[in-house]
Design a binder for this molecule. Structure first.
Ligand code: PLP
Length: 395
């Protein structure tokens, strides 16, 4: 007998991966440039030059044995100190090396944090729309996801949030800038979430944590957009960070978990993080890339390329009559499907070789996600196909 849940996860790919694999086959049939693949959130800009410089510098030393070796389970102490000091310089916080635990990217940060916090059957709240893998991560760690439905603005529904909190609630995941809406949660929203959590924690006599999933923190496009640093608003906040998007390093698997001292019983929460990393078999984050990211604090790829793409695709699709949520950040455009059934809409888009993802998987029916982390050329060349698709519905 094999475990049914793992069998199901392993035999059925996510809708996003399914579409990406279809795109590869279709490109081989009709040519790369004839398929407009907006399926995956794979960065399209190169890592900044500082990454390559750091790699060259590190690999030119005599100590490559250590660079390819194990690090401490929680990550190299100097790397963690460097990152803590960088965070303090940006956010005015007072973190130190012992608040950080290096991980293999945001997915690992989330799974480890969830494993560290959850007792069997406890609930984790997520605001729709959200990254579909949250369900896999939460259920994989023995918890249940409680979904708060979306609002028209895609800022969280605070009343529904308050009503969703109960004696089983252990955490709420906040992902801003958001995948898939591109929305940044305002300071007002974060303050309100913090207030509700404080009130509910008191009423229920239990700690409720915010898990801030922040792989897109640096990907914001307008001078007046700020992404509130949630540890400053709510004490029981763990930050799950990843360099996958900011440094265009998703294949290198590197990120961290931040456990501030203000977190209730923080030393034991940190110990649970260490225990969870161990139980999940992570051993340590990639040693070489721990060193690289420490040398690249505050650097990003050329984010202006994403801004250009955002402006282009948002204005072109809006002009064609598509109802789009203007993204403040990340690299996704969330668009109202031209029929109620977003899956059917995506199938009709596919007939025009437009590969876009249904919002159903993001718990937001009626919408589709377009990942604009692609070549500008792909966006420009796709516009006639988007036009033809809209015309088909206008008939
Ligand atoms: N969280 C969100 C919201 C994401 O969009 C992604 C990846 O696309 C992840 C987590 C996982 O990121 P990583 O590649 O760093 O594991």
């Amino acid at each position: 007998m094999l475990p049914k849940d793992m069998l199901a996860l392993g035999t059925k790919r996510s809708a996003i991966r399914e579409l990406f694999e279809y795109g590869k086959i279709r490109k081989a049939q009709v040519g790369e440039d004839k398929v407009y693949d907006f399926s995956l959130g794979n960065p399209s800009i190169p890592a900044p030059k500082e990454v390559d410089e750091a790699l060259s510098e590190l690999l030119s030393t005599d100590n490559t044995v250590a660079l390819h070796g194990y690090s401490s389970a929680q990550g190299d102490a100097i790397v963690r100190k460097t990152i803590a000091e960088y965070l303090n310089s940006v956010h005015g916080t007072s973190f130190n090396a012992d608040n950080l635990y290096m991980t293999c990217g945001a997915a690992a940060s989330l799974c480890i944090s969830l494993r560290a916090l959850l007792l069997p059957g406890e609930e984790v709240i997520a605001f729709a729309p959200f990254f579909p893998e949250y369900v896999v991560f939460v259920e994989g760690q023995g918890g249940k996801v409680a979904v708060v439905p979306p609002t028209a603005s895609f800022q969280p529904d605070l009343e529904a949030f308050e009503n969703a909190i109960n004696e089983n609630t252990k955490a709420v995941i906040i992902n801003s800038p958001n995948n898939p809406s591109g929305v940044v949660y305002s300071e007002e929203t974060i303050k309100a979430i913090a207030q509700i959590l404080e009130k509910k924690s008191r009423e229920l006599g239990r700690e409720i944590f915010i898990i801030a999933d922040e792989p897109y923190r640096e990907l914001v496009y307008d001078a007046d957009t700020t992404v509130p640093y949630i540890t400053k608003y709510y004490k029981n906040t763990l930050v799950c960070y990843s360099y996958s998007k900011s440094l265009s390093l998703p294949g290198e698997r590197i990120g961290y978990i931040l456990v501030p001292d203000e977190v209730c019983d923080s030393k034991n929460v940190y110990a649970c993080i260490c225990g969870a990393g161990r139980a999940l078999g992570y051993v340590c984050a990639p040693t070489l890339f721990q060193q690289v990211v420490a040398k690249c604090c505050g650097k990003t790829g050329d984010v202006s390329a994403y801004k250009k793409n955002r402006d282009l695709i948002y204005s072109e699709l809006s002009a064609l009559g598509y109802e789009c949520v203007k993204p403040d950040g990340a690299f996704y455009l969330f668009v109202k499907a031209l029929e109620d059934d977003a899956n059917a809409f995506c199938e009709r888009a596919k007939a025009h070789d437009l590969l876009i993802v249904s919002g159903d998987g993001f718990f937001c029916p009626g919408y589709v996600r377009i990942s604009y982390c692609v070549d500008e050329k792909t966006i420009k060349n796709s516009i006639p196909a988007f036009r033809a698709l809209a015309e088909e519905y206008a008939k």
